[in-house]
Every structure is written in structure tokens, then in C-alpha cells.
Write a protein that binds this ligand. Structure first.
Ligand SMILES: *Cc1c(COP(=O)(O)O)cnc(C)c1O
Ligand SMILES: [Zn+2]
Length: 371
């Protein structure tokens, strides 16, 4: 019943196969029946591992954790409209990527793999490097040479081997794919175990709303690691009978790199290549997201849609959040710019949740340049 399944050829594998894609080259997803023993969950420590029966790691002794998760869900007033914000910039490495890294690196430990490779525009690399340090697993992290210096320093401090690749984010992805021919790829976009960690944000939101689903969730989308996790998480809760409705998913992309918003608007099932421009939202500047079709399906199924935000809107949101006492990295401000647009379209009262995805300390130089 439980297992890995290829989305291209439907072939199934055991959860204990040390593979990150199908032999046909297709993406793998995880079939796993999540359970929610609510009385027991509520007595556990406030970390993402309190949803133990919903996370496909077999043995507790393989869990690699900094007691992460259960981040505060706070209310922010946007000109009289209230929005609930999950403070996922408060994780140990400064972004929500710790959710995915904790579960994925626990699985790597369980598989007995002692060396992984990963590529990232920064934050996923930081998270994988930190959890590998804790797990005593060697890792090689590939990043574009233009990545924010704070993120580069962080990756090196965790003891990872850092490879700075000249050129675009896509050049970095090509470099790591070569390394992944002979190494386990702890990829936040390919590896399905990463999404089994990001899904826990849905469980936490649900518990923090007294086991109810919100009406709407507004999320950033580059490779969709948060959005697809949220989609899996709420469907787990729905299938287990914990909630009776599913939230609408609103996906935010930067105008300077919005391949999925474009394909969605044209109702394409194919994603055309786009010319991307350099955006403040470096963390979601993904020109060719490998799970793009899945992302569009999740948004469509939820009756949601895409919103794009301009550089000016990102900058304005960044400043506004700073003036309220929240120091964010510019990528995180893109989502908040999307929240503001959504509130303009939407008149009805509803429960809206969004997220602070990354801490401002990640992007000191970029923010200095803006000031
Ligand atoms: C990773 C990340 C995102 C979302 O990116 P995806 O590519 O969709 O997973 C958003 N904000 C920050 C700060 C991030 O690090
Ligand atoms: Zn296959």
C-alpha cells in the first residue's frame, strides 16, 4: 500500500529504495496513509514531529530534528483586513525549508546513505547542509555564483562542500544533475520526501485553527515545495476525516519570472520557456519548475488562481513589513505583495492564511542596496 509511485509510468517502488526518480526518468510521489490521533498529538512537544503518524519515517531513532516547527500563527492587519501569517522565517536556518530537510535527511539516515548532493538558490542548500551536519552526513551543495553572500556563508559554516556555479539557476541545476548520476540527490524539487516535511505546515495551521481548514491560503511558487506540501497536507487531513473542506490555493509569482502564472492563464498543460529577468525574489525565480504541471493541477483543483507581483510591489511590501516589526528577505515580501493584491480582488469575509517564508538576515546586502 505505502510506497513510491512514478507519475509518468505509474511504476511502484518500496519507500526503502534509495532512489530519487523512476528508472524511466519520471518524478516520484509518495503514497502513504497519514493518521492523526488528535489526543496524543496535543500532548506531544510543539514541533512538526508531533504529527508522527503522518510522516513516513519508520524508526524514531533515525529522526534528525532541531525540535523545529509549530511556528506562531499571528494576525496582521492590512488596512482593516485581518490575515493570519505563519512565521516560518523563524526556523533554525531562517526559512521554512527546515520542514522538508528534517524529514528528507531523516529518510537519508534511515536508508543508510552517507553522502548527498543538492542544488538551490540558497535556502534549501542552507537547510540540507544544517541537517546533514546534525546527521553526520557529507553533502555537496551547488548554488548559482550570484547567491546572497549570507546564504553562502551559512552553507559553508555547516561544513558542506559549496560549489558556486557561474551562469543561471538552470546552469546550477544541470551541474548537480551530473553529480546526482552517482550520488543520492537530496533535492527539494525532485525528492518526494522533502514534500512530506513541507506538508506539516498544513497540519499546524489546521491545529492552530482548532482543527479547521482556512478558506484561502496564499503561497509563493518557484518550484512549489511549499504549495505542493500544503496541497498534500490538507488532502491528508481531509482523507483522515479531520477537516470537511479544502482551502483555495492562491499562488504568487514574480512578474519577472512567472512561467506558471502564464501557462495557467493560457490554460496550457505545457509550460513554455520564458525569458526571466533578475528579480528581488531570487528564491522563487525558477524558469522551468520540474513539478509545474502538478502545481497547476493543485491550484486548479482547489479553485484557486495565480497572481503576479511587480518589483515595486515587492519592495513596498518589504518596507511595510519592516515598519510593522517583521524583517523579511525580499523573496518572502513577494508573497505579502500577493496578499495585498488578493485583498483588493476579494470583498467577502473569509479566513486567509499566508506565510513569512524567509528571514531578512538572509539578504543583508540586497536590503542594504535597497536602502
Ligand atoms: C524556497 C523559498 C520559497 C518558495 O520556493 P519554491 O521554489 O516554490 O519552493 C519562498 N520563499 C523563500 C524565502 C524560499 O526560500
Ligand atoms: Zn516511471
Amino acid at each position: 500500500m505505502n510506497g513510491l509511485r512514478c507519475i509518468t509510468c505509474q511504476r511502484e517502488f518500496s519507500l526503502n529504495e534509495p532512489i530519487w526518480r523512476c528508472s524511466c526518468g519520471g518524478l516520484l510521489n509518495i503514497k502513504f496513509v497519514a493518521e492523526f490521533p488528535i489526543d496524543i498529538i496535543q500532548r506531544r512537544k510543539p514541533t512538526l514531529w508531533r504529527y508522527r503518524e503522518a510522516i513516513p519515517i519508520e524508526s524514531d531513532q533515525h529522526i534528525i530534528s532541531f525540535d523545529e516547527g509549530f511556528t506562531p500563527l499571528i494576525t496582521i492587519d492590512f488596512n482593516g483586513r485581518l490575515v493570519l501569517i505563519k512565521q516560518d522565517h523563524l526556523f533554525a536556518t531562517g526559512s521554512y525549508k527546515d520542514r522538508g530537510a528534517s524529514v528528507l535527511i531523516s529518510k537519508v539516515k534511515e536508508l543508510g546513505v552517507n553522502h548527498v548532493v543538492e542544488d538551490s538558490s540558497g535556502n534549501a542548500g542552507c537547510a540540507i547542509a544544517a541537517y546533514c551536519a546534525k546527521a553526520d552526513i557529507t553533502c555537496d551543495i551547488f548554488v548559482p555564483a550570484t547567491t546572497s553572500t549570507a546564504k553562502l556563508a551559512q552553507i559553508e559554516m555547516y561544513g558542506a562542500y559549496l560549489h558556486k556555479i557561474p551562469g543561471s539557476r538552470e546552469d546550477t541545476a544541470a551541474a548537480v544533475l551530473q553529480a546526482a548520476e552517482t550520488n543520492y540527490y537530496a533535492s527539494h524539487s525532485w525528492n518526494p520526501f522533502f514534500f512530506q516535511g513541507t506538508k506539516t505546515i498544513a497540519y499546524e495551521i489546521c491545529e492552530q485553527l482548532a482543527w479547521q481548514a482556512p478558506d484561502t491560503i496564499i503561497l509563493p511558487v518557484g518550484n512549489g515545495t511549499l504549495l505542493l506540501g500544503v496541497d498534500i497536507g490538507f488532502r491528508d487531513l481531509f482523507q483522515a476525516g479531520v477537516i470537511e473542506t479544502l482551502p483555495k490555493l492562491i499562488a504568487i509569482q514574480a512578474e519577472y519570472c512567472h512561467p506558471l502564472a502564464l501557462a495557467f492563464a493560457q490554460d496550457q498543460s505545457q509550460i513554455s520557456s520564458i525569458i526571466k529577468k533578475e528579480t528581488l525574489a531570487e528564491g522563487i525565480a525558477i524558469a522551468k519548475p520540474i513539478r509545474g504541471i502538478e502545481i497547476m493541477e493543485a491550484v486548479r483543483r482547489s479553485e484557486g488562481y495565480f497572481i503576479t507581483v511587480s518589483e515595486t510591489e515587492i519592495k513596498t511590501a518589504l518596507y511595510e513589513m519592516g515598519r510593522k516589526g517583521y524583517y523579511l528577505e525580499p523573496t518572502a515580501a513577494a508573497t505579502i505583495a500577493g496578499v495585498k493584491q488578493y485583498l483588493c480582488h476579494q470583498e467577502t469575509e473569509e479566513t486567509i492564511v499566508s506565510v513569512f517564508t524567509g528571514h531578512g538576515l538572509k539578504a543583508t546586502q540586497k536590503i542594504m542596496d535597497l536602502l
